[in-house]
Structures are given as C-alpha cells and as structure tokens.
Design a protein around this ligand. Structure first.
Ligand SMILES: Cc1ncc(COP(=O)(O)O)c(C=O)c1O
Length: 363
C-alpha cells in the first residue's frame, strides 16, 4: 500500500495531521459547536424556492462578486458598512485561508494565542506561513499587556485574535483588540465566529474598523445562524484590504446555490437567530451545573463550555459516547469541551457527566 511517505509531498507538510473532529452519527452531537436547533420550516421552504430558481441558471457561472450577498451581509452587520467592505467565502475557514494566502506565505509569520482554534496552525502550514503561538493569562484570558508584549516580541505579519476564543470560550475585551490593532505592524484578524453568543451589549471589533485599514473582522453563518452545512463565512474590512483577497480566491468560488441559500437565510435572520438566547441560557446552565459537580468551567462568551478538573478525559469522553453523547477532547490535559445544545440535549449531557463528577452529587 502506498503511504504519504512514498509520495513527493511538500517537506513542510510531512508528518502533519489533518483537521479531524470525529464525525459520528449519535443522538446527541455536541462536539463541533454547531447550533443544534434545526432551521425553522417556513424559512427552509423559502430557501428551497430560492435555490430552485438558481438551479435554472446553473448553465452560467455565478456572480463572481456575489454583489447581492455582500449587500445582505453588510445590512446584517450594520455599523454603516458598505458592500465594498465585505468579503465572503465557503466558510470562515476559507476566508481565513484567503487572508493567509494574500498576507502570509513563505518567509512570513502569523501569531496566535494558544490554546486557540486548531485550524489556524493548519491554514498557516497549508500556505507556508510560519505559525507562532504565544501564551495567555490565567484562566485562558488575554489582557492587553500580554497580547501586546507577544506582538512586540514576534513582530508577525498577521495576528489572529479569536473573540471569543475556541476552544476555551473566553471572551476577548475590546481593549485587548484595540491595543493589538494599534501595536501590530501587519494585518490583525479578529475571528468573531461566535460573536452572536456574547453577552448583549458586548462591542464588536467592527466598531474599531474606521481608520484601521489593516484590521479585518471575520464572521460565519455556521454557528449562531444555524447554517454550518451551507458553508458561508464572511469578513468586514477596508475595501483595499479586501481587494487583495481577489488575487488569491478561485474564480466563482461561491456557487450560485450557496449565494441563493445564504440570501434566503439572511432574509430571515431574526428567525434564524431566534434560538440564540435559549442557547446562551443552556450554556449558563452547563457552567453552573458543572461547577456544582466539582468541575472547573471557564468563562464563556460562546455556545460552548470548556471545563477542567477531569481526571481521565478519554474515559469520560468514551463513557458519554456509550450513552450516545459526543463531546470534544481538545488536547488540553484534564479538560473537555461541550457545545450548548437544546434543553433536552443539555439535560442528557448533564445527567451523563454527573456520573464522572468529582463531587458525584448525582448518579
Ligand atoms: C473560531 C472559529 N473560527 C472559524 C471557524 C470556521 O467555521 P466555518 O468555516 O464553518 O465558518 C470555527 C469553526 O469551528 C471556529 O471555531
């Protein structure tokens, strides 16, 4: 059997592991931070009608500039954004890849604050960009002093700020973002994939865009918007900074079907986001209950909770899986991560985890 070792793969990719969150058909999947509530049926019907109309023109290439989608995304984001300030791609992973292709590459570096989203390192290696990680403060928080010191020390071409951070859930203050944006010489990306789950009133990095042409704010429809399967991510930034991304994207990268589906979802954004408050409530319930059981949940501004105090994460993961509940081992010793699901899914998780709880209050 041929193995990778036998093939003329790039030296810098040898020995690397691909992104590999387990995909398993289980009754309660709480491992990849999706919105586990289904799309409302009336919205689904409208999306189907729009996709059906788009099918009639599939003999033609789609709008390469996805103009209608950019307008809809600008309207959704608010902050007086203009469509020229919007970029989109097949998931925010692809948006981030475009950024690394345009602003990173061989001889350049990207800085992140570990532990952070595992795709950052993979996107760096895929684009030949050096991936540098700096540490965080206690409880995985990231204050302005720590962040700015790392930017000064490493002087990267790109800084990736995950706000709130995956896999820790920790919110990132606007003060830290502003301090990094002002200290960095290169591009500063704020990945707001989970922004809609933040406490109401939390300022977005979008408020800092004015006068900062090297600041890019990335978002996704995969999380709060309950649209992970459609693959739509986007960003807001200066039109010139976005122009550079046209140099690296594939022509017609957003299919006519994707554009039609995303426009349908955005036309119903209130219904699509209707479950966000409920999910936030379940997240709080998970944190409170895990703390009561003797685990150590971290502060979360997202739709998931990282918790420590787990003696044997593998054993707990397996024990939950045996009950049809899939959560995530994220490689931090003594820790696991769980997505806040529906009320019933959350109940199933909490009842199952109580068996392995340090305090063993329930069984
Ligand atoms: C922090 C963060 N950014 C980006 C993404 C990518 O999401 P997508 O490509 O589905 O938009 C994820 C997905 O888990 C994430 O956690």
């Amino acid at each position: 059997m041929t193995s990778l070792e036998d093939l003329p793969i790039r030296d810098d990719l040898r020995g690397r592991t691909p992104y590999g969150a387990p995909q398993q058909a289980v009754p309660v999947a709480l491992n990849v931070n999706e919105n586990t509530h289904p799309i409302p049926e009336a919205v689904a019907h409208d999306i189907v009608a729009r996709v059906a109309a788009a099918i009639m023109t599939l003999n033609r290439y789609p709008d390469r500039e996805f103009s209608a989608l950019r307008r809809a995304l600008a309207d959704y984001l608010g902050h007086d954004l203009d469509p020229a300030q919007i970029w989109a791609a097949n998931g925010s992973n692809e948006v981030l890849q475009h950024i690394m292709q345009a602003y990173g590459g061989p001889g350049r570096s990207v800085l992140g604050f570990a532990p952070t989203y595992s795709m950052y390192g993979l996107l760096a290696s895929g684009t030949g960009t050096e991936w540098i990680t700096a540490g965080r403060d206690d409880e995985f928080e990231l204050g302005p002093e720590t962040a700015v010191a790392a930017v000064r020390e490493h002087d990267p071409d790109i800084v990736l700020l995950c706000a709130p951070n995956n896999p820790t859930g920790t919110p990132l203050s606007i003060e830290t973002i502003e301090a990094v944006a002002d200290a960095a010489r290169g591009i500063v990306v704020v990945d707001e994939a989970y922004f809609e789950f933040a406490e109401p009133g939390t300022p977005s990095a979008l408020t800092l865009l004015e006068g900062r042409p090297r600041l890019l704010v990335s978002r996704t429809m995969s999380k709060a918007f309950a649209f992970a399967g459609a693959r739509v991510g986007y960003l807001a930034g200066d039109p010139a900074a976005i122009d550079a991304l046209r140099l690296v994207r594939l022509p017609y990268h957003l299919s006519a079907l994707t554009q039609a589906a995303a426009l349908g979802a955005l036309a119903h954004s209130a219904e699509m986001l209707a479950m966000v408050d409920e999910i936030r409530g379940q997240r709080e319930r998970i944190s409170d209950e895990l703390a009561r059981l003797g685990f150590h949940p971290y502060r979360s501004g997202s739709n998931f909770v990282l918790f420590g105090g787990v003696d044997d994460p593998r054993a707990v993961f397996e024990q939950l899986l045996a009950r049809g509940i899939l959560i995530r081992e994220i490689g931090i010793p003594g820790h696991l991560r769980v997505t806040a699901g529906t009320e019933a899914e959350t109940t199933a998780f909490l009842e199952a985890i109580a068996v392995s709880a340090p305090n063993r209050i329930a069984s």
